[in-house]
Design a protein around this ligand. Structure first.
Ligand code: MSP
Length: 515
């Protein structure tokens, strides 16, 4: 048997100085959707997420709270695991950068870059933002109200002078540009690619990659006065999870280079510039793609603790339902663009897309089957042109459309295409009017109800990555066995077996009613 194709997708690893909010849940849900899609489509998938536990920001947060850094990271890392459970995330591994094996990987990649002549010792004098954990040059900063310097993300920066190791980033400019040129889809969306090109073409300066003023980090090999800059440590997680430096190991061979690292636009530079440079310097192939998604606002405003408008995943899941929230996140904004979370938009999607469209199609066809077909899958007669058109649109063609969209991380467009088919199916049922056929042509009624049940089956199979629980409920109502729920069963005629007794239909997508 030929080996199954592999697919490796990652979230960023989250800083543990804060509780998870909508933004974190968003990145993780998007990766989860992709991982589930690829598994159902026959790929051998590795889906990695985890927590970024070193660095000055964490160290200072622990100090403020009067606990040790280790206590802080243990407590907050658990919050991210809880978020995964809450959001029904199917990650294969959860990595923490405080794990011993990860630290060894980070030291191994450092050593490789050092041996390659890309690391040297010097002194860093310049600006640093603890909140962003990033170095900035003077011309990137703006002046704040009280004379302080602010990063492009509005974070305060401080002047820093200390002995530091540097990575010879300047030497990688041409090779990075060639990487972007040779791989047109390396950075997506395209608009973001231009941003990165501009940054690299503007000239790269060597990067300070170690600190001596605190020790909450991975020790630099052969110089333990220094801890590594948190981003070197953090980025390495993507390969330490595969057992690096054992590049001959099964995991590394199977899953590297990663198919896609997904993250927010704020940390694109680290992934699209620094990370491939580190990898190439260490003699490791760069990932295949970096995808930067947009940012959420809440009711039109930036989410912030001081405004008190931070959206907490547990609260919206409790209020609207888990799959409803997952669907909303993937459908409401184009993946790659910014968007807004509002109660009205959420309720709009819940009621119009889910309850009135998909929910109604399933509910009315299944109720008719319960009442008029003795609660059994109806037996279809000859298909008409209309029947075939709808069966084809909801079957292999829709699967292929979704593959194309999901391969480019265009989740919203994939969902749009599913809803076009649902609209078509709702019009079909209105036009065919099985409730009238009941009196005039029972055989034709059976065929129409069979066709609609088949559309519900196909669509439920395809919606599993986005709404796993609700799709499972629909597939249960159609008595589709667990073994028949992957994408190889899409569009297969007679997967719905006539005469199979079905359970009593139950609504799967409730309308949201204001209290
Ligand atoms: N620790 C680094 C990543 C290291 S990866 C090697 C980090 N962590 S983070 O916790 O600050 O952010 C993680 C992700 O959350 C980023 O992808 C970021 O863009 C995303 N979001 C944080 N706020 C967000 C919104 N308001 N909207 C959407 N996503 C945002 O950066």
């Amino acid at each position: 048997m030929s080996e199954r194709k592999s697919y490796y997708v990652t979230t960023p690893i989250y800083y543990v100085n804060d509780k998870p909010h909508l933004g974190h849940a968003y990145t993780t849900v998007a990766c989860d959707v992709l991982a589930r899609f690829k598994r159902l489509d026959g790929f051998d998938v590795k889906f990695l997420t985890g927590t970024d536990e070193h660095g000055l920001k964490i160290y200072q947060t622990a100090e403020k709270q009067g606990i040790t850094a280790q206590e802080l990271v243990d407590k907050f890392s658990a919050n991210f695991r809880e978020m995964n459970e809450l959001m029904n995330i199917s990650n294969d591994q959860f990595i923490r950068t405080t794990e011993e094996s990860h630290k060894q990987s980070a030291q191994a990649i450092w050593q490789k870059m050092f041996d390659n002549g890309d690391i040297y010792l010097d002194k860093y004098t310049g600006w640093y933002s603890v909140r962003d954990e990033a170095y900035y040059s003077e011309d990137e900063l703006t002046d704040g109200d009280n004379g302080e310097k602010l990063s492009p993300f509005g974070s305060p920066c401080e002047w820093t002078e200390e002995e530091s190791y540097f990575f010879r980033l300047s030497a990688w400019e041409d090779r990075l540009l060639k990487l972007y040129e040779d791989n047109d889809d390396f950075i997506l969306p395209k608009s973001r690619k231009n941003e990165v090109l501009g940054f690299v073409k503007g000239g790269l300066r060597d990067l300070s990659i170690s600190r001596t003023t605190f020790d909450w980090g991975v020790k630099v090999p052969n110089d333990d006065k220094h801890v590594m800059y948190v981003w070197i440590d953090a980025l390495t997680n993507y390969i330490s999870a595969l057992g690096y430096p054992d590049t001959d190991g099964e995991q590394f061979k199977k899953f590297w280079p990663a198919n896609v690292h997904i993250m927010g636009k704020d940390i694109l530079r680290f992934h699209a510039v620094y990370w491939p440079a580190f990898l190439m310097s260490a003699g490791i192939e760069p990932p295949k793609r970096i995808f930067a998604h947009g940012w959420w606002t809440a009711e039109g405003q930036k989410m912030s603790k001081s405004i008190g408008n931070v959206i907490v995943p547990a609260e919206i899941v409790e209020k609207y339902g888990l799959d409803q929230v997952r669907y909303f996140m993937m459908r409401e904004i184009s993946f790659g663009s910014d968007g807004n979370f509002s109660h009205d938009a959420m309720v709009g999607r819940m009621n119009s897309d889910l309850a009135n469209n998909l929910g109604n199609l399933a509910q009315r066809s299944l109720s008719m089957i319960a009442k008029n077909c003795d609660g059994r899958v109806p037996k279809a007669g000859e298909f008409t042109t209309e029947d075939n058109a709808l069966l084809e649109a909801s079957g292999l063609r829709l699967l292929q459309n979704l593959r194309d969209e999901f391969d480019g991380q265009m989740f919203h467009r994939g969902l749009e295409k599913i809803w076009l088919v649902l609209n078509q199916a709702n019009s079909y049922i209105d036009e065919q009017a099985p409730w009238t056929l009941k009196k005039t042509d029972i055989d034709r009624m059976n065929t129409v109800l069979y066709v609609v049940a088949e559309v519900v089956r196909n669509v439920s199979l395809l919606l599993q990555p986005v709404m796993p629980e609700s799709s499972a409920k629909l597939l249960d109502l159609l008595e589709i066995s667990y073994n028949n729920r992957n994408f190889s069963f899409i569009g297969i005629e007679h997967a719905l077996v006539p005469e199979t007794p079905l359970p009593a239909p139950k609504g799967v997508f409730p309308r949201f009613v204001e209290e």
